[in-house]
Design a protein around this ligand. Structure first.
Ligand code: MG
Length: 308
């Protein structure tokens, strides 16, 4: 479908003239966790309640089921070696998938099991940062297995794989969800989706100064409405692209809302990818959508600068 001029208002310069939102695939129950795999030119994502990992292949433009019975994977990213790092509600862990072999990265904080890791980013130093709300262990969940919150809270953690150390870095978000670093890595954005489960909950994105691997000075960056900001990404210019009920909301680095990409289904997450890294892939309820942009993911650009 073509975007209306209103629909790309404010996004001039970020969306090329004539770009159109395209539905690439459908048939999922709740789409989440998209990541672009450059070596195979595939977009991999989660159908969480369907307990499947799906792929859209650029090669044939078709939907493929990568794996079923995957213990309810959610958000994913690439590590600095290009391997897939993904969250698993059912396994209550963050895990790595190397050519189909899945191994744990982190599943405990002290003696407590994690709740249900939701989304994950890998910093330039290789540390794994992930959010740990409790959606995947809630009573009656169709996105995991009901269980106890063993450390009685919801944190964002930083896991140092080499040292095997896991520490909380954000403890003041009710239901931490999407994560992304600014282009220089000096800021961490964290979405709070607590409004999805209770009336007085939050539907905003907070931002933190990252100092020595810790998060300081948390403040509200932007309020997202309608719906909640689930997954988000930051582009190379520092703009924040957030999921919302009615599409993808884009915010300038100072938090000003600059435009909306309307999407006909509720958006859960998104990522940049494609052969030039400038295609936006949107995981939205039953579907996967694509839209050309003029920008690349901040993390991809930063990783390239350090490891050409
Ligand atoms: Mg999420």
């Amino acid at each position: 479908m073509a975007l209306t001029p209103d629909g790309i208002g404010g996004l001039v310069g970020l969306i090329p003239d004539g770009a159109a939102l395209t539905r690439l695939a459908t048939g999922a129950t709740w789409s989440e966790g998209p990541v672009w795999l450059p070596s195979s030119r595939r977009l991999r994502w989660s159908d969480i309640p369907g307990d499947r990992i799906l792929e859209w292949w650029a090669q044939d433009g078709l939907l493929h089921v990568y794996r079923s019975g995957v213990e309810f994977t959610n958000g994913r990213t690439l590590d600095n070696d290009g391997h897939v790092i993904q969250c698993s509600h059912g396994n209550r862990r963050v895990e790595r998938d190397v050519d189909g072999t899945v191994t744990p990265v982190v599943d405990h904080y002290g003696s407590a099991r994690l709740n249900s890791p939701n989304d994950v980013v890998v910093d330039i130093d290789g540390s794994v940062w992930f959010s740990d709300p409790s959606y995947g262990i809630a009573a009656g969940t169709v996105e995991g297995h009901a269980g106890e919150r063993e450390y009685h809270d919801h944190f964002v953690f930083r896991h140092d794989e080499r040292k095997g150390r896991t520490r909380p870095v954000v403890v003041d978000v009710e239901e931490p969800n999407g994560l992304a670093f600014s282009p220089d890595g000096a800021l961490l954005y964290v979405s709070d989706t607590s409004a999805a489960s209770r009336v007085a909950g939050n539907h905003h994105i907070r931002v933190y100064d990252v100092v020595g691997g810790r998060c300081k000075n948390g403040r509200v960056f932007a309020v997202v409405s309608p719906g909640v900001p689930d997954g988000l990404r930051v582009d190379e210019r520092g703009n924040v692209w957030s999921s919302a009920q009615d599409g993808v909301h884009v915010f300038a680095p100072d938090g000003q809302a600059i435009g909306v990409v309307p999407v006909p289904e509720t958006v859960a997450n998104l990522c940049f990818g494609g052969d030039d890294g400038r295609r936006l892939f949107i995981a939205a309820t039953t579907g996967l959508y694509g839209l050309d942009t003029t920008v690349r993911d901040a993390a991809a650009v930063r990783r390239e600068a350090v490891r050409p």
